[in-house]
Design a protein around this ligand. Structure first.
Ligand SMILES: Cc1cc2nc3c(=O)[nH]c(=O)nc-3n(C[C@H](O)[C@H](O)[C@H](O)COP(=O)(O)OP(=O)(O)OC[C@H]3O[C@@H](n4cnc5c(N)ncnc54)[C@H](O)[C@@H]3O)c2cc1C
Length: 376
């Protein structure tokens, strides 16, 4: 017996596809709707720490992820000097356990495709270009009206619809999403042989510059600056700005810069944060992933936390036979403090940069990773 027989998942990102897969595998009937026209994700690459890989293994996609990504075991800190001097090479904490890599980079659209294919194979019924228009719940279920004029009744609705969650708003939950004050340039391009792991450069002309290999032939590189309005720039101008900012960074960055030539692979976005206090559910509607918590990617933990939310929620729904307050209490006990700690640490790393404070970056990264090494 599972706690629910059917569920609606709103949003097919990391959180939504993961929870949908795990529930469908356990025999729950799952409908998933997503407003976007197709499963491909925007953005260039993604850094997945071991604790994210642990959930991906649980979803049955680890081998495919491994084949399509680039795994590595150390993190470098480099100086923004003319040689790009390597200051320290730290063994990355293996937060997913000893039998998974510490970190793996991969192209975002590939990860999105792998998860959605797995969801379809598990029996999840997916509809794109679709959202809900109304949720009306009573003690026994939720009546849902959809934008395609259809309707349905569900035991549970899972709002996994990201940072500007429509589900959250429809529950009338007031949550301020705050701009942190930083903007990030990201570019996807070829991997030079000098790049075999993530290196971070703190300081220099910008706050942070870094890169992550995403495959034998690809990487994404990023530069973090003061948030500003870059929306009027053409793609060619965006590429020019990114290249100019990167002139302050050397070592492997020199090789990367040479090969960053495709304006269509450059992206600029602001860092934002919010954190929903418990409870994350209102009756039979629950929020997971960015809908409940989001932070600057200074620890590269956003998708990892979204995946952990999904895994814990699915485990409780599958292992218990009643959707009751005890289930919600267990969910919040296992998820809220952990996600809160990640948001706080990620924001702290950004604040040290913004305020030009020499914080213990290494210490905070390690302490958070140690905490994440214990399964959620
Ligand atoms: C610049 C940047 C870099 C990052 N780098 C990393 C990283 O390296 N590693 C990492 O772990 N995390 C990273 N993150 C965070 C990570 O991208 C997010 O935490 C993660 O994508 C959240 O997953 P999610 O499923 O909750 O939401 P999303 O991935 O945003 O998915 C939400 C889904 O809901 C759909 N949707 C939205 N509205 C509706 C609606 N009304 N109805 C139906 N569907 C809807 C969307 O189309 C989307 O498919 C980064 C974030 C940023 C901003």
């Amino acid at each position: 017996m599972t706690a629910i027989n059917n569920a609606l998942v709103v949003g097919g990102g990391a959180a939504g596809s993961a929870v949908a897969i795990l529930l469908a595998e356990a025999g729950v009937q799952v409908d998933l709707v997503d407003v976007k026209p197709e499963p491909t994700a925007i953005g260039s690459g993604i850094t997945l720490q071991g604790n994210a890989l642990r959930v991906l293994r649980q979803l049955g996609v680890w081998e495919e992820v491994q084949r399509n990504g680039y795994a590595f075991e150390t993190l470098g800190l480099r100086a923004p000097d003319p040689a790009g001097t390597l200051i320290v090479e730290m063994p990355d904490v293996k937060t997913g356990g000893p039998d998974l890599p510490a970190t793996l980079g991969m192209p975002r659209p590939v990860l999105a495709r792998i998860l959605i294919d797995r969801a379809v194979a598990a029996g999840v019924k997916i509809r794109y270009r679709t959202t809900f228009t109304q949720l009306a719940q009573d003690p026994d279920g939720v009546d849902v009206s959809f934008s395609d004029s259809s309707g349905g009744r569900y035991d549970l609705v899972i709002g996994a619809d990201g940072i500007r969650s429509w589900t959250r708003r429809s529950l009338d939950i007031q949550l301020e999403t705050r701009a942190v004050g930083m903007g990030i340039w990201r570019a996807f391009g070829p991997r030079p042989t000098s790049v075999t792991r993530t290196d971070l450069y703190y300081g220099g002309p910008c706050y942070i510059a870094g890169y992550c290999p995403t495959g034998e032939d690809s990487l994404y590189a990023y530069i973090v600056e003061d948030a500003q309005d870059r929306s009027t720039l053409t793609p060619a101008e965006q590429l020019a700005v990114l290249r100019e900012l990167s002139e302050g960074y050397h070592g492997p960055w020199d090789d990367i810069r040479e090969q960053l030539t495709d304006p269509s692979r450059v992206n600029y976005t602001w860092f934002e944060t919010h954190l929903l206090e418990a409870p994350w559910n209102r009756g039979r509607v629950v929020l997971i992933g960015d809908a409940a918590h989001t932070c600057p990617p200074t620890l590269a933990q956003g998708a990892a936390q979204a995946l952990e939310d999904a895994a814990v929620l699915a485990e409780l729904l599958v292992d218990r036979d009643t959707l009751d307050q005890q289930l919600w209490d267990s969910f919040h006990e296992r998820r809220v403090a952990r996600a809160t700690a990640v948001v706080a640490a990620s924001n702290q790393l950004a604040e040290w940069q913004l305020e030009h404070v020499q914080g213990d970056v290494q210490g905070l990264i390690h302490a958070t990773a140690d905490m994440l090494s214990n399964p959620a």
